[in-house]
Design a protein around this ligand. Sequence first.
Ligand SMILES: Nc1ncnc2c1ncn2[C@@H]1O[C@H](COP(=O)(O)OP(=O)(O)OP(=O)(O)O)[C@@H](O)[C@H]1O
Ligand SMILES: [Mg+2]
Length: 453
Amino acid sequence: MQKLLIIDDNDEVRRQLKWGLSKGGYELTFARDGVEGLNMFKKQEPSVVTLDLGLPPHENGVEEGLRCLGEMLRINPLSKIIVITGNEEHGAALKAVQGGAYDYYKKPIDLNELKIIIDRAMYLQTLEQENQDLRDSSVADCGIVGECGTMQEVFTLIDRVAASDVPVLITGESGTGKELVARAIHAKGPRADKDMVCINCGAIPENLLESELFGHEKGAFTGANRTVKGKVEYAEKGTLFLDEIGEMPMSLQVKLLRFLQEMVITRVGGRRDIEVDVRIIAATNVDIQEAMQNGTFREDLFYRIGVVNIVLPPLRDRGADIALLANYFLKRVSAGAGSRGKAFSPEALEYINGYDWPGNIRELENRVKRAVIMATGPQIEPDDLGINGGDVLRQRLHANDLSLKEARMLLERDMVEDALKRESGNIVKAAASIGVSRPTFYDLMKKHGVRNA
Ligand SMILES: Nc1ncnc2c1ncn2[C@@H]1O[C@H](COP(=O)(O)OP(=O)(O)OP(=O)(O)O)[C@@H](O)[C@H]1O
Ligand SMILES: [Mg+2]
């Protein structure tokens, strides 16, 4: 339960608030003056405070109230402080808000009104606290969220390699955050104030890739009517990120190896060796060991780029991070859409945890974005996420990894789907055939993402 601290020297006001707010769903504490108030504030860490400005020893002034306000905000800048003022203290109230108070309220107190302000402050405080917690759990402002053991190891590795110049190979399924990790390594290292230049080795046709990487001289090939620098030169003193390196053609792998060994490049059609100083980070989602066995990736190149290998786990193996990330994206998307955040329904969270996320974090992010747009109800349901709940649960049923509650959900879903099929989409008949009302049947369809085809 969230805590509310009431600081007021007037016995009558404290009694009124105690009576009026005791059923408000928060834990109440009271203080009669600033000193007691500050003690309570430190001990109880309340989310919201109502603060009378006219406190002893200056009952008729506002000095003591303003002093307490400043002190509390210094201790916890996220706390929401609602200043309560007498009629003649309008200027002081504004000053308090300028000084960081959440809001002010003029006596006499109307309990219903005050309660609305308190509830809103509580809500905002929760959001801000959650955001703060998320920031704390993302690696030093690089935006990587993760609390599971494997990700903690990844964070340690990022910190360790960032300071040096060793080449790093980041591997992991598509959408597991390889580029994000590359950016974190760059941002935390001594080259941070220079660029990280990215090149996608899988997306550029073989005959253009060499010139993309190393540049070309004027006249090197038809259409080369001026000298162009390559990505390597643009990355000078910074970082070169070789994305999808597993897709690099063999012919270029030799040239890349030479560059990595000697840190010199030759532009296509040029003769001059150009010395470069770049840090190399590479990423791939193909299994390099397998590629080496198949002879599509050079072993000597692997030993060059893979001095340190950071392996990113698939999302489905990250345990509680799945829900953490889902909520992280939900907040981000809702804030962007300016909407007052909806939460996931318990069913939606079960599906999120049970789904095997082949597209990993990128898929999660996209599905959450979609859900924020699609959700019409008060909460986000599995259907809004576009996850086929039946498939999720069935997969886990076969893996013997289903709780009784989930097994019930699966049965419920199957019965709804079967009833619809049996009655050829006639909802009234389908509902009757499994003994529920029509509105209940609609709710069940929505909950399990069953569509009437
Ligand atoms: N741990 C994380 N915390 C927060 N956001 C993340 C995390 N991991 C990935 N993302 C986000 O997920 C999306 C995909 O990440 P990224 O592009 O780094 O993955 P990738 O492994 O390079 O994918 P691909 O193999 O498809 O290129 C990005 O929007 C990224 O910001
Ligand atoms: Mg990528």
